[in-house]
Design a protein around this ligand. Structure first.
Ligand code: HPA
Length: 277
């Protein structure tokens, strides 16, 4: 690269798929792993799963791979890890999510998913921390994403690219997850732009139109994963009840704390699901 702060994805003439292929080649070179089978994006509360699913054979700072930007949160170095699963399969663990609210455009948001697909991964596991609309979901509850409502008014697809989104969050993988933990509930994930949390009125709107979970990631990533032909499992950790459903104000600290508390349990659950894939 010519300058350290330029990202080739920001050039509208550039082909984001070619950049993803280049990123995958760099990953193969740096990890020594030619092909990955599964990819996981680990959001708030899910990070420990990386240690539980298998043996990490390489950890690469995301900034060393083309198209990945600097982390948005200070002190948070995004990494890409290659993990050898007990089955012999290889997992790519993405700990470097770019959120839509960062304002770098949707190409950057979905670059990790496109890179994962270019490494050969055919299964994409997308996880996040999110707000719950169903009152009985206590903070710390993991929920399967059954479908989504994309309220960003944006798409990772460019031009007249018509992609079917039926069964976007694979019913096969949801059934598999439920066979591991029969208490897992499901819900429709509603993606808002953020980074502000929703108003209580927006949460009521989400509820009225069929949403059960509110968050700021995942839907755009899932669309890109479907375009790439991957089978998708989506899971949200309910870190708080959504604004107005809980009577107290929301805080980022509360969200982080709920994530940390739930992390050992939900990461172990995710590891059991990955082992069953
Ligand atoms: N809304 C949106 N995103 C979130 C929330 C929420 O309530 N909690 C954690 N991420």
């Amino acid at each position: 690269m010519l300058e350290t702060n330029t990202n080739p994805l920001d050039d509208p003439q550039a082909d984001p798929f070619a950049i993803a292929r280049q990123a995958a080649e760099q990953l193969a070179e740096k990890t020594g792993v030619e092909k990955h089978d599964i990819a996981l994006t680990l959001g708030s509360g899910w990070g420990k799963a990386a240690d539980l699913i298998g043996e990490t054979t390489a950890t690469i700072p995301a900034t060393e791979i083309v198209g990945f930007g600097k982390p948005a949160l200070a002190g948070h170095v995004g990494t890409l890890r290659s993990v050898l699963l007990p089955s012999g399969k290889r997992a790519l663990v993405i700990g470097a999510r770019t959120h839509y609210y960062e304002g770098h455009g949707v190409r950057r948001v979905v670059h990790s998913v496109r890179t994962a697909a270019a490494t050969g991964a055919t299964t994409m596991i997308l996880t996040n921390g999110a707000g719950g609309i169903k009152e009985h979901w206590k903070p710390g509850t993991p929920v399967l994403i059954s479908d989504h409502i994309n309220l960003t008014a944006d798409s990772p697809l460019e031009g007249a690219t018509f992609i079917d989104l039926t069964d976007l969050y694979s019913s096969r993988l949801r059934e598999l997850a439920k066979s591991i933990d029969g208490s897992l509930d499901e819900g429709v994930y509603t993606q808002f732009r953020g980074p502000h949390y929703e108003t209580p009125a927006e949460v009521q709107m989400a509820k009225t139109i069929g949403g059960h979970i509110v968050g700021m990631s995942t839907a755009l990533e899932a669309i890109a994963a479907r375009q790439a032909g991957m089978e998708i499992l989506g899971m949200s950790l309910i870190t708080n009840l959504a604004a107005g459903i809980q009577k107290t104000p929301l805080s980022h600290a509360e969200v982080i704390e709920a994530g940390q508390e739930a992390e050992p349990v939900i990461s172990a659950l995710l590891a059991r699901i990955v082992a069953a894939l």
